[in-house]
Design a protein around this ligand. Structure first.
Ligand code: AMP
Ligand code: ZN
Length: 479
């Protein structure tokens, strides 16, 4: 087996990966902000961290992996208030949708899936530690982190702070701060907003403190790996380092691993550009979960991934090719000579597969090892040279491969059925309809009637009748 080497954003280098405790890996992944359905860009990053955890497990490491669910932030507070429901009720639907999407894409459950709102006390304690170490100040009831006090600030993202001293805003907080780049640890409530009572005052946590507190609570003060999309390196991860290290005096994370973004047909994905897709949008168009997973993990995580429908079509054929090969191995009868003819090829392919993944999770190289082998084995089968004794080792290689890629085993139909795509008709699910209705309500509340009419028409086009009741509520039914 090859030495495992990963790119560490902190050092900017590819380094040998050795965890603190032999055979054990402590890993944290920034999970979704659950104010909406996750999109395929989010899943680029989540499939990357899934391939990473699966590879580490295949190599025999015991994993303690935490993924958080950010179920409190400014958008969630605003949207839940507009919809007149609690934060918990508002986010629950998207949390369940996220879990279902993960299952559908074979993204394994981490050892701990934790919600920010279940860990508020730990965030408060961490802020108190920072207060004690004099890294904070208060302003108008909110508590801020004083970045100028943390000398290593900017080392992860290599950001040049000199240009952002004065007015640059690193986050969207609309609060008074000593320096614009300082960030809120604890935000004072505004009228009508949800808040928690606490020894540091009434308020709610900032996004950054959530991850520091939850990561250290479940994994200890130093993690082996922390993952996320590249956009999180600044300011989110920079702030996580500043908070955690100022509190503990210890290195917070040994390996920072960031996935490059997904583009759609070469463009940044956005709702206004009309190139924004959730998983469900693609399933409604008839694509399979396995094809999407293949498309998302076929490009190594540090390269930008250009998602195209041609690519997704090719991914569908690539998955079929492997499944056909697995079926041949299972169903066909091969000559039984004494000597295996494929033994060396299989060993070489398995070694190349491991070499690819060990080299900073080079999924393209690992896939190439498998496809080269499949081509060679198919030719051997056609010529009658593939032997019965080759079947078991070939299957063993496919099984190891699938422990990481999870595309050979065919459970697409069942997964789609579980998501409500029974008949490939592309019917809207209840959750999608309710989301559109909530968006229409929000548009009406801000008196954006063109937007609310557009959403009503979209619902109507999808066979949904919306009725506004006298008491201001909304009822809907399918035509
Ligand atoms: P969010 O729900 O916005 O907190 O994002 C969840 C994860 O998705 C984070 O790790 C983001 O960095 C990542 N992410 C967001 N957009 C993209 C994209 N277009 N491509 C890859 N990852 C993304
Ligand atoms: Zn985070």
């Amino acid at each position: 087996m090859h030495e495992i080497r990963f790119h560490n954003t902190y050092s900017g280098k590819v380094e040998p990966f050795v965890p603190q405790t032999p055979n054990e890996v402590k890993m944290y992944t920034c999970g979704p902000t659950v104010y909406d359905f996750a999109h395929i860009g989010n899943f680029r990053t989540f499939v990357f961290q899934d391939a990473l955890r699966r590879f580490l497990k295949l190599r025999g490491f015991r994993l303690t992996h935490v993924m958080n669910l950010t179920d409190v932030d400014d958008r969630i507070i605003a949207n839940s208030a507009a919809a007149g429901v609690s934060i918990r009720d508002y986010t629950e639907k998207y949390i369940q949708a996220f879990f279902a999407d993960c299952k559908t894409l074979s993204v394994e459950a981490p050892e701990h899936w934790i919600r920010a709102t279940d860990n508020i006390d730990d965030m408060v304690s961490l802020i108190q530690r920072l207060q004690k170490n004099t890294y904070t100040y208060q302003s108008e009831g909110s508590i801020y982190y004083r970045i100028s006090k943390f000398k290593d600030y900017g080392k992860l993202s290599k950001i040049d702070l000199s240009g952002m001293q004065v007015n640059a805003r690193v986050d969207n907080d609309r609060y008074e701060k000593e320096s614009a780049r300082d960030f809120a640890l604890w935000k004072a409530p505004k009228p009508g907003e949800h808040f928690w009572e606490s020894p540091i005052g009434a308020g709610r946590p900032g996004w950054h403190i959530e991850c520091s507190a939850m990561a250290m609570k479940y994994l200890g003060e130093t993690l082996d790996i922390h993952t996320g999309g590249i956009d999180l390196s600044f300011p989110h991860h920079e702030n996580e380092i500043a908070q955690s290290e100022a509190a503990t005096g210890k290195q917070f994370v040994r390996f920072w691993m960031h996935a490059e973004h997904l583009l759609v047909e070469g463009e940044k994905m956005s709702k206004s550009a009309g190139n924004f897709f959730t998983l469900r949008d693609l399933f409604a168009k008839g694509y399979k979960p396995s094809a999407l997973r293949f498309a998302l993990c076929s490009v190594p995580y540090r390269r930008q991934l250009n998602f195209t429908f041609d690519g997704l079509q090719q991914a569908t054929s690539s998955v079929e090719r492997l499944r056909n090969f697995a079926a041949r191995l299972k169903d066909e009868k091969f000559p039984s000579a004494n000597r295996s003819t494929m033994k060396e090829s299989i060993a070489q392919a398995a070694a190349d597969f491991d070499a690819g993944l060990s080299d900073d999770l080079n999924t393209a190289q690992a896939l190439a090892a498998m496809y080269d082998f499949v081509r060679e084995a198919n030719i051997a089968m056609d010529k009658g040279e593939f032997q019965q004794t080759d079947v078991a080792p070939a299957q063993e290689f496919l099984t190891s491969f699938d422990k990481v890629f999870a595309i050979v085993e065919d459970n697409d139909a069942e997964k789609l059925k579980n998501l409500g795509y029974d008949s490939a008709t592309g019917d809207a699910s209840d959750a999608e309809i309710e989301k559109l209705i909530a968006e229409r309500q929000a548009a009406r509340q801000r008196r954006d009637f063109p937007a609310s009419d557009r959403i009503r028409k979209e619902l109507s086009d999808r066979g949904i009748i919306v009725e506004d009741t006298k008491d201001g509520k909304v009822r809907w039914k399918r035509k």
